[in-house]
Design a protein around this ligand. Structure first.
Ligand SMILES: Nc1ncnc2c1ncn2[C@@H]1O[C@H](COP(=O)(O)OP(=O)(O)OP(=O)(O)O)[C@@H](O)[C@H]1O
Ligand SMILES: [Mg+2]
Length: 268
């Protein structure tokens, strides 16, 4: 059974998509089968993983509405062990169309049942809202990974996310864990970043991950080439950081899959 990790934070622009794409790619580069699911109508993780945009294929929308299976809709990528379930801007409509369904929060979880054993990791990129799409992701997930920027207002809004996680635990998914909080676009040279990081350490304890993701131009450039950063510049600080993040998450698991980090396929 693959581990399902929802990358969520209702705050916009904190690095959810960048983290989802590059974490999924790092798992795949460690030679474990990984599925990236784009749950955001903005479809940034679809284009960022090289799947481009198209009106002519099945997408997350069709899967949520039961019109296609994940196997039918998934696409291969440049990494042999990474697949992506693409999103389309029509996904915005699912928020409204699903409201009438009794099992509206369970659509993704049901769709995943058929494919969970094909992957070691399934990474869900959530939209910047606590909407029905994020709810579906949290209900389907084993854990939540929360990307955050080390800003003065970092903790603002987090209590709302924590309340939502607690409600999902009470209603649908008692086992939902916090995978961790990861600091993105991090610059440890500033006092503010260190101060915020210390505050987060107090609030989250060891749920604040050791790995931080530095602000790195290669990370920002890679999506315009439709590539995760490790296929764009594997020796960049950004690529190294995401590989370290994948390693840290695997090392914290009780039964981690046997990854082979920086497989020669990636370097070659
Ligand atoms: N480590 C980094 N170094 C440099 N730029 C980064 C880094 N991480 C993210 N960015 C840039 O910051 C912007 C926001 O990142 P991203 O799209 O991943 O955030 P998001 O949380 O998914 O946004 P949204 O809430 O709109 O879905 C993007 O332009 C991205 O390229
Ligand atoms: Mg995003």
């Amino acid at each position: 059974m693959g581990r399902v990790i929802a990358v969520a934070n209702q705050k916009g622009g904190v690095g959810k998509t960048t983290t989802a794409v590059n974490l999924a790619a790092s798992f795949a580069a460690a030679e474990v089968n990984t599925l990236l699911i784009d749950c955001d109508p903005q479809s940034n993780s679809t284009s960022g993983s090289g799947a481009g945009r198209s009106d002519e294929r099945h997408s997350t929308y069709d899967v949520l509405l039961g019109n296609a299976t994940i196997d039918q809709a998934k696409l291969a990528t440049d990494l042999p062990q990474l697949w992506v379930l693409p999103a389309h801007k029509n996904l915005i409509g699912a928020n409204i169309e699903l409201v009438a369904e009794e099992d509206r929060a369970l659509c993704l979880r049901k769709a995943l049942e058929a494919v969970r054993d094909q992957y070691e990791f399934i990474v869900l990129d959530c939209p910047p809202a606590l909407d029905l799409l994020t709810l579906n992701a949290l209900v389907a997930a084993d854990s939540v990974l929360i990307p955050m920027q080390a800003e003065y207002y970092a903790l603002e809004g987090i209590s709302q996310l924590m309340d939502t996680i607690e409600r999902v635990r009470e209603s649908f998914n008692p086992g939902l864990a916090i995978e961790g909080v990861v600091l993105t676009m991090y610059d440890d040279r500033t006092n503010l970043a260190q101060q915020v990081s210390a505050n987060l350490r107090e609030y989250f304890g060891d749920r604040l991950l050791e790995t931080t993701i530095p602000r790195n131009i290669k990370v920002a450039e890679a999506p315009s080439f439709g590539k995760p950063v490790l296929l764009y510049d594997v020796r960049s600080r950004g690529a190294e950081a995401y590989i370290r993040l994948a390693k840290e998450i695997m090392e914290r698991m009780e039964n981690p899959p046997q990854g082979n980090f920086l497989a020669s396929a990636v370097l070659g």
